[in-house]
Design a protein. Sequence first.
Length: 99
Amino acid sequence: MKKERIVRYSMNEIMKMKGRTDWKRVDAIPDEDIDTSDIPELTDEFWKNARLLYPSKKKKMVSLRMDEDIIKWFKKQGVPYQSLMQAILKAYVESQRRN
């Protein structure tokens, strides 16, 4: 079994990281060739309610058992996967608090 190494990054370090997307290739695709049928149009109402969520400075260490496929998916996203999980969970909790 491969031993993992946990690395911590600051928000500034994360923002400076280079992604794996080939943006030149993406920019070359004409808008009419992009299939957006699986995503809703973002309306003015959406942007009126949108909020940017930053990670909290206060965190608590927890142990959590998760399906292997979930962990693999998060690790493939190109950012520290635990921070991404935190951001997604935080956004979900905030959306539930407003309901």
